[in-house]
Design a protein. Structure first.
Lengths: 144, 417
């Protein structure tokens, strides 16, 4: 199924797309092509996205961008790197929100939104479906 | 978590320049609103005393109600504001059963935070007292796997906040993150009438140092907290003893929690790689008074199977100080009224001393994440009280036999909004 077809399907039936996406999501981390960041470890990725650090390993300020709650890519991202379910991620943020220690990452509605935000801000980092990658963003390697 | 559009407008007015720098990006608004709540029912097999979530509750399950909705139910609402990248504020109001049995809303936190750097911040106002591993979210049912944090440990310090300041400094060493918190402030709470601990409890000059080490899925937490403790309800007993001259004065000086040095030492750890978790905590308080020196610990673990998390915990509370005292000795040639007065005081003192919880509990439970932002939990606790102790039970009725076994069944629905 080409990405275009999937998007069409998405518009037709979000429920169907959610189911299909769950099985197929291949998520990659992306930054601005202007970012010096090359690679991150799984621990470093989860620390940034779960608010445990506000910096990249090189010391630069890191701003994570999430996809909207319920999106297949988001669920896959946290399953893959943090081994956590959406409910666990929600529980994690409720621990932080309810003392005012922080707020969850800003969200983009879809891959294009992530690309738009990341493209112009070298400090931003997001994740999108691999097939959405284009010249606006650069994929970050994951060190195992 | 809703973001209010009024924030967007304010942001636009306040910081046009900042927005212009990152054109075309939706900036998060200044204000965010979030809330949490729990609807719960608890049943206790002990009908001559109340099972309570903490000592600040007037009623519980068992004696007051067979099935009580008042043990775990609560609701909390919070507004956070990010005024500038450095300055933020939070106000949280909770409604839960209070010392007087009402649900009048209380301000849980209300503080303003200034982040000198993203890793170094100062807060002033009403701030969480982070004595325990889950202090930050002990009231947020959704954030915890259990129905409630183990009562043996968490009842050591039932006060959850402090009015004052704190400083937090986070430093990373490779992938290890270390956060040191220093706090100074005053805490106080009203506690129910009709129990040993009635009236107001206050901790003045509260000084704490807390350290949290995080590495991947592992968290370690250390606490050391000191304050000047006053438990107002003891005063009649203190005054009563003082009528007996030097002997009575000595007893009151030893046992009256009137500006007595209070200390808490705690160590906690959690490992939660996702599929399963283990957690444990140990703490000890010294009240330097009739409320004694008490210790407690728990160990807990669970395994996640899709949306279900079955878990098991073991908790234990013990007393490290004397639970009885001979009290006043009045020579036999004194008037009968004096003899009786002394005996009554001695009996009251010994009631307070023996009220210290000695208890062990095995808990089995399951959390079911049944819908978005909603979790259903079932928990069974089997508690065994130490000889002569009512354990963590409150509102003990005449005819209650200390040192027994009781069972608690709980069902809760936790939600976020």
């Amino acid at each position: 199924m080409s990405p275009l077809n999937r998007k069409t399907l998405c518009a037709l039936s979000s429920a169907l797309c959610f189911g299909a996406g769950n099985a197929m999501a291949d998520v990659v981390l992306v930054v601005s092509p202007r970012s010096p960041l090359v690679a991150l470890s799984s621990n470093q990725i989860t620390d940034i996205f779960l608010g445990k650090t506000s910096r990249f390993p090189n010391g630069e300020h890191a701003v994570p961008v999430d996809l909207a709650e319920g999106s297949a890519e988001r669920n896959e991202f946290y399953r893959k790197f943090a081994d956590k379910t959406p409910a666990q991620i929600k529980a994690h943020w409720s621990k932080i929100i309810f003392t005012g220690r922080g707020q969850p990452p800003r969200e983009a509605a879809h891959d294009n939104g992530v690309k738009k935000m990341v493209a112009v801000n070298p400090g931003y980092i997001g994740y999108i479906e691999r097939s959405s990658v284009d010249e606006k963003v650069r994929v970050v390697e994951v060190q195992e | 978590m809703k973001r209010h559009s009024i924030g967007v407008v304010l942001l636009a007015i306040l910081s046009c320049n900042a927005v212009a720098a990152e054109l075309a990006l939706p900036e998060p608004s200044i204000f965010s609103f979030s809330g949490y709540g729990t609807l719960g029912l608890a049943h206790s097999s002990e009908h001559k005393a109340d099972f309570v979530n903490n000592d600040l509750q007037a009623r519980g399950a068992g004696r007051s109600r067979d099935w009580s909705a008042e043990v775990d139910s609560r609701i909390g609402a919070q507004v956070s504001a990010q005024f500038t990248p450095q300055t933020s504020a939070v106000v949280q109001v909770t409604s839960e059963q209070r010392y007087d049995g009402t649900y009048a809303p209380a301000v849980e936190w209300a503080n303003i935070k200034y982040a000198v750097t993203p890793d170094f911040s100062v807060r002033a106002g009403r701030i969480v007292l982070p004595n325990f591993l889950v202090s930050d979210y002990r009231k947020v049912g959704f954030a915890n796997v259990w129905v409630r944090p183990p009562v043996e440990v968490y009842s050591l310090v039932p006060l959850t906040n402090s009015d004052g300041i704190d400083i937090s400094w986070r430093k990373r060493f490779g992938e290890v993150s270390n956060t040191v918190q220093l706090s100074y402030g005053t805490s106080s709470a009203k506690v129910p009438n009709g129990d040993m601990v009635s009236g107001e409890v206050s901790g003045k000059r509260g000084r704490g140092i807390f350290d949290t080490i995080e590495y991947g899925a592992a968290t370690l937490h250390f606490s050391y907290f000191l304050s000047d403790l006053t438990i107002g309800s003891y005063k009649p007993l203190a005054d009563g003893f003082r009528q007996f001259g030097a002997q009575g004065n000595a007893i009151t000086d030893k046992y009256d929690p009137d500006n007595k040095p209070f200390s808490f030492i705690g160590v906690g750890g959690m490992y939660d790689p996702g599929k399963w978790f283990v957690a444990g905590e140990w703490g000890v308080i010294d009240t330097n008074s009739a409320f004694g020196k008490r210790a407690a610990w728990y160990a807990s673990g669970g395994y996640r199977i899709d949306k279900f998390t079955p878990y098991v915990s073991y908790a234990r509370a013990s007393v490290k100080s004397n639970t009885s005292d001979p009290g006043l000795t009045v020579p036999p040639y004194y008037p009968l009224a004096t003899q009786q007065q002394a005996a009554a005081l001695n009996s009251k003192l010994n009631q307070v001393l023996s009220n210290a919880p000695v208890q062990e509990t095995i808990s089995l439970g399951v959390r079911w994440d049944l819908a978005r932002n909603t979790a259903l939990k079932l928990q069974y606790d089997r508690s065994n009280n130490g000889a002569g102790s009512p354990g963590t039970l409150n509102n003990v009725q005449s005819g209650f036999t200390p040192g027994g076994i009781f069972n608690v069944f709980s069902i809760t629905v936790d939600f976020l909004f």
